[in-house]
Write a protein that binds this ligand. Structure first.
Ligand SMILES: Cc1cc2nc3c(=O)[nH]c(=O)nc-3n(C[C@H](O)[C@H](O)[C@H](O)COP(=O)(O)O)c2cc1C
Length: 296
């Protein structure tokens, strides 16, 4: 049996990556119902109790296992981890910092810890701290990343060679070709973000989905927001930020993300997405996306 399917009790080794305020219960449940593993996001939750509500809303839609993401840098993470344990969540992806304190906390509560890493050395460290699996996230992925990232094509086999736990490839995977390529590189599963934004179930505004569908493979850029950078669609606002005409903080986080991602005001915030946007040409159901991805 595939080690990721065994670990996560799913039919297909396809995780839907956490995505800020757009990993809504409908999308998460649809991914798990289709045989993958949906992951709720928690990083943008202004109140940890919102996460509890999202877990309960998701449970109304599926009996299948799903997980949640913990962002190490959020001050609310300890409280959110407590809620995951109270609500019986069995798997958490851990991103954005050292999992040193979170892994033992999660393990004591029977929660598996899948750690997102950008390099081999961070992967080795995460494994030594007890990570149940490594998510090797290449620099073509959408959303937040560091400054020394490498692409999925190089990162995945390098991490596969370096660790003994299952490796899940993330970044640039949007269809069956990407899925097969990841498995050929030695990964045991994939984590997909951008492709699921252009799904019917995703709560992202149609302006976000349509922009993603329209842009080609050159349609993303990296925006420096200080301690990290964000890969986003090359919208006019993103270009203005890159030219230094608008402060990056204006375009990412807080109210700007709600206004642009959920309400569709493309001048209010940048739209996080990966290079794979160039391969996304339509808005499909989650089930259609997963079935195409895993077909032999
Ligand atoms: C809009 C957006 C928001 C994201 N938010 C998060 C997040 O909150 N936590 C996290 O660990 N990863 C986040 N990611 C990364 C995804 O979970 C996933 O690893 C990544 O999208 C995979 O690369 P892809 O975009 O090429 O599919 C985000 C990605 C996108 C596109």
């Amino acid at each position: 049996m595939n080690p990721v399917c065994e670990l996560l009790k799913c039919t297909y080794p396809v995780l839907q990556g956490a995505m800020g305020n757009i990993s809504n219960p409908e999308m998460v449940a649809a991914v798990s119902e289709a045989g993958g593993v949906g992951i709720l996001a928690t990083a943008f939750a202004p109140d940890p109790e919102m996460v509890r509500k999202q877990i309960r809303d998701t449970r109304k839609l599926t009996q299948k296992p799903f997980g949640a993401n913990l962002q190490v840098m959020s001050p609310l993470t300890p409280k959110i981890a407590e809620i995951l344990a109270e609500e019986g969540i069995g798997v958490a992806t851990v991103s954005g910092g050292s999992p040193k304190t979170l892994i033992p906390y999660l393990h004591e509560r029977g929660i598996k810890a899948l750690v997102v890493v950008p390099t081999v050395s961070v992967a080795r460290k995460a494994e030594s701290l007890g990570a149940d699996a490594i998510i090797a996230e290449g620099s073509e992925s959408g959303g937040i990343q560091g400054f020394n990232g490498v692409s999925t094509m190089v990162l995945v086999p390098a991490v596969v060679d370096a660790v003994n736990v299952p490796v899940i490839a993330a970044g640039g995977i949007g269809d069956s070709r990407g899925f097969r390529a990841a498995m050929a590189l030695g990964a045991h599963g994939v984590q997909v973000g951008t492709r699921f934004i252009a799904s019917r179930e995703c709560i992202a505004h149609l302006n976000y989905k349509n922009t993603l569908v329209e842009f080609d493979e050159t349609g993303t850029c990296l925006i420096n927001v200080g301690p990290f950078q964000v890969r986003a669609l090359r919208t006019p606002l993103a270009e203005e930020i890159i030219r230094g005409e608008v402060k990056p903080q204006f375009g990412f986080g807080g109210t700007s993300t709600n206004a642009s991602w959920l309400q569709g005001d493309l001048s209010a915030g940048v739209l996080a997405a990966g290079e794979v946007a160039g391969l996304v040409h339509d808005i499909l159901s989650v089930k259609q996306i997963i079935e195409e991805m895993v077909r032999a």
